[in-house]
Design a protein around this ligand. Sequence first.
Ligand code: PLP
Length: 417
Amino acid sequence: MHGRRLALDGGTPVRDTMLDHRRGAAALAVAERAAVQEVLDSQVLFRYGASRLGTVERFEGRVTELLSVRHALATSSGTAALKAGLAALGVGPGDEVIVPAVTFIATANAVVVAGAVPVFCDLDDSLGLDPTHLGTLVNERTAAVIPVHLENVVCDMEGVLAVTRQHGLPVLEDACQAMGSTYRGAAAGTLGELGCFSLQLEKNITAGEGGVLVTGDAALHLRATRYTDQGGQFVTGRGGTRGGDVDEPFIGENLRMTELAGAIAGVQLGRLPDLLEGMRSAKRKILAGIGDRSGLMPRWIPDREGDGGSSCLWYAPDAELAARFVSALQAEGIPSARLYDGKTVYANPAYVARRTVSAKRSPWVNHPTDVSYRIGMCPRAEDLAARAVGVAVAPGFTANDVEDVVEAVLKVADALL
Ligand SMILES: *Cc1c(COP(=O)(O)O)cnc(C)c1O
């Protein structure tokens, strides 16, 4: 293989067309169409609109069964599930919420929108919260911790929970990218007080948009449900007045899932075990094919058996090589990406400037201490994000596709490293 010219430099690419890496989206088929048609025929597109058991409620029931968790609340998005979770925990102005320095920006945005201040925690080699740094960030204003399980890899939850339990802090898992992945046999999202999933188009399963919040705690579930329903307009009666024995009335918003989304989500959830098996199998074969020949350092996976398998991720020796490696793989027709452009969330201009839609809405303005963000804050996260090289793995990969990925990674490694 030595000396083969990269497609990036004008050589022949491993593949003529980009390898399709969609998951649930690529599985959308007649069953989803039939389920949507049924809702349309019923003319009830609203979850609290009929006396029959609706698609959203059925979906919630199936989520509790599949993930072995007591309660599930479907929402309009993964971000909505995060917001409902923070609301259920009572997080608001004056509070700090610890989030990983590298994640999809929604994790931190949900905290800001709740009126609280995100505090960024450094990462370990799993790209999850580093428990050691986490311990140093906790203070009397810390109201919650949000670990994120990027690309179906559950972070070091044993380490994270040791810290949060020591301080009595609630954990809201952002498992938006990890539905069906596990950690020591337990489903991602069920390890903390609350867990969130997304059903956006690029996630394991999809309804285009959608989300789910899960919890083992009935009071948190009721509070979250009411929050997503204007305080409980439909769940507990106008103004949430019938919830008085559980909680005081409070003001919420509308983050409800539609019956159309529920219909699609229900069918997709049934596909999840097969989708995961497909990704895991393809990933095992890719890793076996590459062996230790790439010269790249692999991402640490705290529980290998629970890995949902949606990506292979390695660290290149430096940021420049990582960027070049990713461009080279793309040119070979392999779905490769850097990790959020190789940057932390706080490197985003809006976070650097701590700008919300108006200064009046800024949670930092009246915060008791100056929480500002600067490059260098979380050095390990900055370094890992800059050097990460990801390759997407999809359940639809054929034996040939797997061979192409292996060939391309080795070809590019041979040329660049
Ligand atoms: C996708 C995602 C979200 C937000 O989900 P939406 O459904 O797009 O609102 C939040 N956190 C992470 C880590 C995500 O990947």
